[in-house]
Design a protein around this ligand. Structure first.
Ligand code: DX5
Ligand code: ZN
Length: 218
């Protein structure tokens, strides 16, 4: 819908011209830029880290939404904050002391998020709600773009929406978001939609305009 935040994942962009891709997708209607950081340890893939994020930071003023799929995360939080991330999200499964990690992100002056894999129950965040700005619910197993949406997570979105009550916490969905799946999670309470392959398919700014409009209009 109009007020749904669309956060394209640059994981599906052309990395050889990443700065230009960020500019193009922002002109095409992106609200936030989603940055998938993978370590080859917590997830079976490796992407990029703080130097690359820092290099593209001056291409836009939009929110840099950093999704850390790394274990451990705590030693690197300062580097991601310095690189210019506005929201830093850690995985509940990758951090032993979730409360401490979230507090560390806020102490750096950044917004704090927690991400849950499809199989992780929402009960793990019950006692950290007051430290959270964003809950990222994975609708694929993290590691790769272009995977199929896992529909059982829609029920988890509903439960998380009811758990947070009137707290100002975003519910973000990541994985397999398309014009077909977007309405399911939006109706369940999600207000931020990450999309990689569904935004960057076509490979041109004109395609990004159409792709973002299709998700937003769905
Ligand atoms: C997966 C990443 C996602 C991914 C989404 O581990 O967290 O952000 O890029 O890609 P699509 O939208 O293609 O499923
Ligand atoms: Zn992501």
């Amino acid at each position: 819908s109009e007020k749904t935040i669309i956060a394209p994942s640059v994981l599906s962009a052309d990395f050889s011209r990443l700065g230009g891709e960020v500019e193009a997708v922002c002109r095409a209607g992106a609200d936030w830029i989603h940055l998938d950081v993978m370590d080859g340890h917590f997830v079976p893939n490796i992407t990029f880290g703080p130097p690359v994020i820092k290099a593209i930071r001056n291409r836009t003023d939009k929110v840099f939404d950093c999704h850390l799929m790394i274990a451990p995360a705590d030693p690197f939080l300062g580097a991601f904050a310095d690189a210019g991330c506005d929201i830093i999200t850690v995985h509940a499964e990758a951090t032993t002391h979730l409360d401490r990690s979230l507090q560390a992100i806020r102490d750096l002056g950044k917004k704090a998020g927690v991400s849950l894999n499809p199989s992780t129950p929402e009960s793990v965040i019950e006692y950290v709600l007051d430290r959270l700005d964003l809950i990222l619910l994975m609708t694929v197993n993290p590691g790769f773009g272009g995977q199929a949406f896992i529909p059982s997570v829609v029920e988890k979105v509903r439960r998380v929406k009811s758990m947070i009550g009137n707290r100002p916490i975003h519910i973000e969905i990541d994985g397999g978001v398309t014009p077909e799946t977007a309405p399911l999670v939006a109706a369940a309470g999600a207000d931020v939609l990450v999309a990689g392959s569904a935004v960057f398919k076509g490979g041109s700014e004109e395609a990004y305009v159409r792709n973002i409009a299709a998700i937003r209009g769905a």
